[in-house]
Each structure stands twice: as C-alpha cells, then as structure tokens.
Design a protein around this ligand. Sequence first.
Ligand code: ZN
Length: 169
Amino acid sequence: MKTLICSFCAKTGILCPKCEAKFRSGHISKVDVEVSVQLTKLAEKFPELDKMTLIRAFDVEGEYVLVLKGGDLARLRRESQVMKKIESELQRKVWFIEGEASDRKMLEDLFHPVRILTVNTVWLPDGSKLTKAIILGRKTERFPLDIEQVKRVVKEVRGIDLLVEFERL
Ligand SMILES: [Zn+2]
C-alpha cells in the first residue's frame, strides 16, 4: 500500500531522516504516520490494500477519516470485509473519502449508503457560505449515520459548514 511515508518507515514504524523531515515540517501529521503503519501491517494480510493509496488521515473526535486515491473507494466497497478489518485493526469507526473528489462526491461517500438528493450552496448575508445537503426521506431513529459527526468531518477535512435537511417526496 502506498502511504504518506516510505515503505521502510511504514514497515518499521521508525521514521527515516526523510520522513522525519516531512513530519517536522508539518507536511504529515502524527495520525498520518500511525495510520500508514497500521494499514501497511494490514496489507500483509489483505493484499487488496496494496493497490490503494492513502493520501491523508484525520482524527475527528476519536474517529478516523481516511482520504484515499480516486477509484480506491469503489474497489474497497467490493471488499466490504476489508473495510471492516480496517475498522477493527484501527479500533475505531473509520470514514472513507477520496482525495480529488468534488464536495458532492465526498458527501455521497460519507453518507453512503444513504442517498443525497441535492447539494446546494447557501450564501449568508454576512458573505459566508453553507453547503446544504438534502436527503430524500424522513429522519427516523434508525437513521444509520451520526450527522453531527459528518458535519465535523467535512469541516475538518475541507472547511465546509454543512447543513443537512430531509425532504419527503
Ligand atoms: Zn521513510
């Protein structure tokens, strides 16, 4: 698996001078390093992971957000066992998104399997903007996602202020 550190560092968990410099200069974070090492370990058991690339990793309120290369997520969804293994190896909930995705695609990935009807930009009188996602249906108690956490994730990863609304047909 391609990660944010070189394969030597990802295997040993000890940073070489080059990766250490990336870490010190702030190009990669502690979470990036930890997740790179853990996923590399996991790739020994699940070779599917070797075809994938980790672009960034975030810790949002104790849950991980893994940013993968475009196309990786579709591949990973076909291997839902591997997705579950990643969560159990990292011992927390993991949100998966893709690096170069549009905001809409990112939201669709975060809300998956819940479908998003539309994504709009709402301008506020003070010039700031909100991104509004409308979900088809009604919010019930069985709604599978923590919407507040999705809002925190998009704020942290892309600086987006998200508003979520439900709409019945
Ligand atoms: Zn290195």
